[in-house]
Design a binder for this molecule. Sequence first.
Ligand code: G1P
Length: 286
Amino acid sequence: MKVRKAVIAVAGWGIRFLPITKAQPKEMLPLVDKPLIQYSVEEAINSGIEQVILVTALGKRAIEDYFDRSFELEYVLERKGETKRLQEMRELSDLVNVCYIRQKEQLGLGHAILTAKDIIGEEPFAVLLPDDIVDSKVPVLKQMIKVYEQYKTNIVAVERIDRQDTTKYGIIEPKKISGHMYQVLSLTEKPEPSQAPSNLGVVGRYILVPQIFDVLEVTPPGKNQEIQLTDALQLLIKRQAILAYEFEGVRYDTGTPLGWLKATMAFALKRPDIGQELREYLRQLL
Ligand code: G1P
């Protein structure tokens, strides 16, 4: 069965980004001039996804407004003769078929995914975490869907990380299958470097089969008292294969101010309209 639906988890508080996230969803922070969430939505669309399910929470209304139509704004742009911007705004609201679910209590990523159970139904689906933005020729999710079509089982995206950073990721115990592919023997959420089974960290892209929901329903709270997707995957391994795919592309963790700044610089430097001037400015600054 084709991967048609993608769940994007946007319910987190963005604690690493306080104070701005007190009254502003972190997913609406800009990367140059587009909000972070748009990169994930566009990645999903460019990977062939037909329906995007955003798991939101209290204080995230700006995201819903962003993908909605604004007749007032269109009216103003039309009167001002801003035809190009008007066109862009219409394209934005036509971008995708989005549906929203509210996670009423922030009980963890696993719990957020579980709220999408009825909308997903009995089909494989993708999960994207918008903190992880990947700059790549082929969208990471598209790379993963290709792998899924070959193996027809759960796939997690992984990347080699620094040993001292294992406390920031789900870490896999790998068994190499081929160049970029591993069988996952076990997964641990954010282990200490000395306890980590490898330095292959899970990056926020998953393709999951619907059996994950049965497991999520019985997954007890784990790290930080949250229902962890990593723990559910660990339970699922007993029933079904989980594969890990080392993707092609450069990943940025935009969930921290430094990671976000690095991504902002990298994306801005590549822009034909501002890149050159910014490069010169940075040279002067240094
Ligand atoms: C989540 C997952 C973790 C994964 C990471 C990727 O953690 O729980 O397993 O490695 O995303 O970004 P978070 O970054 O939300 O704490």
